[in-house]
Write a protein that binds this ligand. Structure first.
Ligand code: PLP
Length: 443
C-alpha cells in the first residue's frame, strides 16, 4: 500500500520514472507527450543538461543559507537577470518557493505598503471572477473560481470580484473588441468607486488567464485602461504571471504584449521549469523604498526564501530562455500549434473557441457552437478528456468551470518551448482521439 496522500485518493496513478525532452516515462516504459508541461511548468522540457549541471554544482557548493543572515550568489544573479528584462519601474525581486507564495506575498506587500505610506484604510483587494491565484488562504480568497473556494469560504478574507475580460463569452453581438475591453475595464472603476477609492489597495489579474479559462488573453486596450484606472485611484496593479510568464506567451513577461507595467508581478512555474520549486514576487522601486524608509522590514517570510539551489536552477532556466531566444521560439511554435488547432478543430461541432498566445493555447468545448452553450457539468467532459488523452499518451490540462461553478469545459495546452513540429502533430492527433472518444458520440 502506498503511503503517499495523492490528489485523487480513489484512483491509482502510474509512477513517473524518467523525463527526456518533451516526454515523461512511467515505470512500465509508457511514454507521455507532455502537452501541458504538467501545469505550464516544464518550459524547457525534461532532462535539460545545463539546468541539471547548475543544480548539481550549487548543491555541492552551497545547498542552503538562511536569508535572515546571508544572501547567495545565484539569488543575486537571478534577481539581476530578471530585473534587466522586467517591465518599467520593477526593481526588486522577492524569491519564494511557488506561485501561491508569490501571490500571497503580493497581497501582504500591498497592505504593508499603504500602512507605511500612512494610508492604513487602504485594505481592500479587487480581483476577477473565474480566476485562480493559488491555494493558500490569501491566494484562494483572491481567486474567483467558485468551485475551488466554496468549502473554504468561511476561512477567506473578503475580496471583491469583477468580471474577467473574456471576449468569447462576454463580448456582445455587434460590440467591437475595443469597446468591449473598455466596458470590461469600466467594471474596475465602478467597483473602486462603489467601495471608496480610499479603501482599495490593489487589483489582481492574470494577463492571460490560464487554468480557470484556458489561455484567454485580454482584448487589446483592456489592460491599458486598467492601468489608467489604477493610477487614477492610487490602487496597486498586481499581475499574476505565475502561469503565463517566463516566455510562455512569447514574451519573458506576458504583460509586455499588453504594453503596460504592473506595480507588483508574480512569477513561478516556468521560472524553475520544474527543476526546482521557485517563484518570485517583483515590485517597483517605489514600493521597496517606501518600506525601506519606513519600518525597513517586510513583515513576511518563509524558511526557504531565496533558496540557493532553487535560485541556481532559476538562473540556468532564465539564462537559457533569454540566451537561446526561446521567447521567439515559443512565439513561432505557438503559431504552428495555433494553426494545427484551427486545422483540426476549427470546424469541430463541439469546439467553440481556440485562443491563446505563444505556446499557451486553449480550446473551449461547447455543446452548441452557435449559442456557445456549455455541456451539462454532470457529463464531466473535462475529466474524461484528461483521462482519454492520458491513456493515449498525452498529458494535457482540461478543466471544468470555465463559465463559473462547474459549468464550461476547456483544454489548456502549454508544451515545452523545445517542442518540434512533428510533436505538435502528435499532440493534435492524440487530443483529437481523446475528444472523439469522449464527445464524438454526443449529438
Ligand atoms: N497563480 C496562477 C495564475 C496559477 O495558475 C497558479 C497555479 O496553477 C498559482 C497562482 C499557484 O501556484 P502554485 O501552485 O505554485 O502555488
Amino acid at each position: 500500500m502506498s503511503h503517499v496522500f495523492p490528489r485523487h485518493c480513489k484512483k491509482t496513478i502510474p509512477t513517473a520514472v524518467r523525463g527526456a525532452g518533451c516526454y515523461l516515462y512511467d515505470s512500465t516504459g509508457k511514454a507521455y507527450l507532455d502537452g501541458s508541461g504538467g501545469a505550464a511548468v516544464s518550459c524547457l522540457g525534461h532532462g535539460d543538461a545545463d539546468v541539471i549541471a547548475a543544480i548539481q554544482k550549487q548543491v555541492a557548493d552551497l545547498a542552503f543559507a538562511h536569508t535572515g543572515f546571508l544572501t547567495s550568489e545565484p539569488a543575486e544573479a537571478l534577481a539581476d537577470l530578471l530585473i534587466e528584462h522586467a517591465p518599467a519601474d520593477i526593481e526588486r525581486v522577492y524569491f519564494v518557493s511557488g506561485g501561491s507564495e508569490a501571490t500571497e506575498a503580493a497581497i501582504k506587500l500591498a497592505r504593508q505598503y499603504f500602512i507605511e505610506k500612512g494610508q492604513p484604510e487602504k485594505r481592500r483587494l479587487i480581483a476577477r471572477r473565474q480566476s485562480y491565484h493559488g491555494n493558500t488562504l490569501g491566494a484562494l480568497a483572491a481567486g474567483g473560481n467558485e468551485w475551488r473556494r466554496q468549502q473554504f469560504a468561511p476561512l477567506l478574507f473578503d475580496v471583491h470580484h469583477i468580471a474577467p475580460c473574456y471576449e468569447y463569452v462576454l463580448r456582445e453581438e455587434g460590440e467591437s473588441a475595443a469597446a468591449y475591453g473598455l466596458r470590461a475595464a469600466q467594471e474596475l472603476e465602478d467597483e473602486i468607486l462603489r467601495l471608496g477609492p480610499e479603501t482599495v489597495m490593489a487589483f489582481m489579474a492574470e494577463p492571460v488567464v490560464g487554468a480557470t479559462l484556458g489561455a484567454v488573453p485580454a482584448v487589446e486596450g483592456y489592460f491599458k485602461r486598467i492601468r489608467e484606472i489604477c493610477d487614477t485611484y492610487d490602487v496597486l496593479l498586481i499581475l499574476d504571471e505565475v502561469m503565463c510568464g517566463m516566455g510562455r506567451t512569447g514574451h519573458l513577461f506576458a504583460c509586455d504584449a499588453d504594453g503596460i507595467a504592473p506595480d507588483i508581478l508574480c512569477i513561478a512555474k516556468g521560472l524553475g521549469a520544474g527543476y526546482q520549486p521557485i517563484g518570485a514576487m517583483l515590485c517597483t522601486g517605489e514600493i521597496y523604498e517606501t518600506i525601506k524608509n519606513g519600518t525597513g522590514f517586510f513583515q513576511h517570510g518563509h524558511t526557504y526564501l531565496g533558496h540557493p539551489v532553487a535560485a541556481a536552477a532559476g538562473l540556468a532556466v532564465v539564462s537559457k530562455i533569454v540566451g537561446d531566444g526561446l521567447c521567439d521560439r515559443a512565439r513561432r511554435q505557438g503559431e504552428v500549434l495555433s494553426k494545427a488547432l484551427h486545422d483540426q478543430f476549427g470546424q469541430h461541432p463541439h469546439v467553440g473557441d481556440i485562443r491563446g498566445r505563444g505556446l499557451f493555447q486553449g480550446i473551449e468545448i461547447v455543446e452548441d457552437r452557435e449559442t456557445k452553450t456549455p455541456f451539462d457539468p454532470a457529463k464531466g467532459y473535462a475529466a474524461k478528456i484528461k483521462t482519454a488523452a492520458f491513456d493515449a499518451g498525452l498529458i494535457c490540462y482540461p478543466m471544468a468551470g470555465t463559465r463559473d461553478g462547474r459549468a464550461g469545459d476547456h483544454v489548456l495546452l502549454a508544451p515545452p518551448f523545445i517542442i518540434e513540429d512533428n510533436q505538435i502533430d502528435e499532440l493534435i492527433g492524440k487530443l483529437a482521439t481523446a475528444l472523439e472518444q469522449v464527445i464524438g458520440a454526443d449529438p
